[in-house]
Every structure is written in structure tokens, then in C-alpha cells.
Design a protein around this ligand. Structure first.
Ligand code: BTN
Length: 255
């Protein structure tokens, strides 16, 4: 069971708990569509049977072991051209939460969080655009907490990395406070450059060489920067110059 929290500014003041559901993003989208909701409302389940991931993938999480929820936001203050800032903000919130437990959490572009080279969290953001503004955004978040066995060799959980066993509702509240605080920073436009810099500082491959595949070629390089539109710019080690890539255009070869 998860309770709403009142000591945040926006996120988590209303929590809708469903013991089982298909995808919390889908339920949240229906709520948005119906039109009556408060910003910061959360849909959370203990058993998501048809979780969706980025690029049409599935998000599979053992029931009752992990956090799977969606936050509804209305970032009307954010121009569409800056929408990647929302992704960066959410990634930083989850990263800050994970960093309470482990000292080597990394954001992996665009918004995954990795611990010891394995994925502990994924985010699926579905925006609805009106004109040049983001009218509403469903932020789907999966964080592996207590699950110890994974079918993928690239997945892990906070519990597996720390050897701990956590109370999900308490972890949910801690995570919400981080997300709320980073979202408050996003609302304060003067902090946008700091969000971009924090994101880069915590990004996998920044100031540290990584191997990746792009258009069937293998490269070694470091992250140079991320464009305001969210493209990743890699500085190549073997050749002078940079490579700008979008989603689906890069495959990391070593976590
Ligand atoms: C990814 O890394 O591919 C994104 C995974 C996002 C998973 C979360 S779990 C809660 C929310 N509901 C969904 O169907 N997906 C997101």
C-alpha cells in the first residue's frame, strides 16, 4: 500500500494505487484524457502485467518487489524545444535517490540509471504537446528495489547491489521527494543550466572512455555534451571529431 505525501510541493499529493494493472502509463494517460486531475498525481501498481519500455520494448518487473509508477505533470512552462530538460530532471531525481545507497550510480543517456554497470531504473515519458508547449506529461518510472533474480544479465536492483531488503512504500516516498525537488528546480528557469550540467556530470561516458556501435561500426569515445534537443554528442578517440546520435542510433557495447 502506498500513501500520498504532503511534504512535497507537487509530486505525490495524490496517489492512486492499483494492486494490478496493465501499464501505469496507460492508466495515467486515461486520467489525463478524462481531464480532471491534479498535477503530481501518481498511479502506482504492485503488479504491472504489460509494462512498456522505450522504443517499443516491454518492462518486466516481478510483482511486489519493485516500484512501477507514473507521475502526471503539466509542465506548460516548458517549451517543446526544451522537453529534454524534463527527461534530464527525472533522471537526476532517480539518480539522487540511488546515490543514497550506492556510490557509483550513473545516468545512462537518455534517462536510465545504472549501478555497477547494470540497469536499475528506466523511464518512459509520454508528452502531449499543445502548440509550442508541453500540455501534459506522463512520466513512467520503473525502479528495481528488492528483486534479486533477473532474466537479463544487464539488470539489477538497489537490493541486489546493497544486499538490503527495503520497504517499498518507504522507498517510494524517498524517491518522490527527490523527484519533487528536482522538478521544483526545473520550474525555476534560472536553474536550467545547472540541471544540464548536473546531468552531464553524472552521465555514463562523460570524462570516461566507452565503447559503442553506430551504423555497424564500433567506436571508442567519451561524451562531449548533449544538445538541448537531447541528442548525444560523442567525442571519438581514434578519429578527430564528434558524432551526434539520436535514440536508436547507438548501442553501448560495455556497461
Ligand atoms: C525503459 O527503460 O525502457 C523504460 C521503462 C519504463 C517502465 C515504467 S514502469 C511504470 C511505467 N509504466 C509503464 O508501462 N512503463 C513505465
Amino acid at each position: 500500500m502506498y500513501n500520498s505525501i504532503q511534504d512535497t510541493l507537487i509530486i505525490g499529493k495524490k496517489v492512486i494505487y492499483l494492486p494490478t494493472c496493465h501499464s501505469t502509463n496507460d492508466i495515467a494517460a486515461e486520467i489525463v484524457h478524462a481531464g480532471l486531475f491534479d498535477e503530481g498525481t501518481i498511479v502506482i501498481t504492485d503488479n504491472q502485467v504489460k509494462g512498456r519500455g522505450q522504443r517499443g520494448t516491454d518492462w518486466v518487473a516481478d510483482p511486489g518487489q519493485n516500484l512501477t509508477f507514473s507521475v502526471i505533470l503539466t509542465p506548460g512552462f516548458l517549451p517543446v524545444a526544451d522537453q529534454f530538460l524534463l527527461s534530464q530532471t527525472v533522471a537526476l531525481g532517480i539518480h539522487a535517490y540511488a546515490a543514497r545507497y550506492v556510490n557509483n550510480a550513473k545516468v545512462k543517456w537518455p534517462n536510465d540509471v545504472y549501478v555497477n554497470g547494470k540497469k536499475v531504473s528506466g523511464v518512459l515519458i509520454e508528452n502531449s504537446i499543445q502548440g509550442s508547449r508541453i500540455a501534459s506529461s506522463v512520466i513512467g518510472i520503473g525502479v528495481n528495489i528488492n528483486q534479486k533474480v533477473f532474466t537479463s544479465a544487464h539488470a539489477t536492483s538497489i537490493g541486489k547491489e546493497t544486499g538490503g531488503q527495503f520497504v517499498l512504500s518507504e522507498e517510494f516516498n524517498k524517491l518522490l521527494r527527490f523527484l519533487d525537488s528536482f522538478y521544483a528546480d526545473l520550474k525555476s528557469k534560472t536553474l536550467h543550466d545547472r540541471i544540464r550540467q548536473d546531468y552531464l556530470t553524472n552521465l555514463f561516458g562523460y570524462n570516461h572512455s566507452v565503447l559503442f556501435k553506430h551504423q555497424e561500426r564500433v567506436f571508442e569515445g567519451t561524451v562531449s555534451h548533449v544538445t538541448p534537443q537531447g541528442k548525444l554528442v560523442m567525442k571519438l578517440l581514434s578519429e578527430s571529431g564528434t558524432l551526434e546520435v539520436g535514440l536508436k542510433e547507438i548501442e553501448w557495447l560495455k556497461d
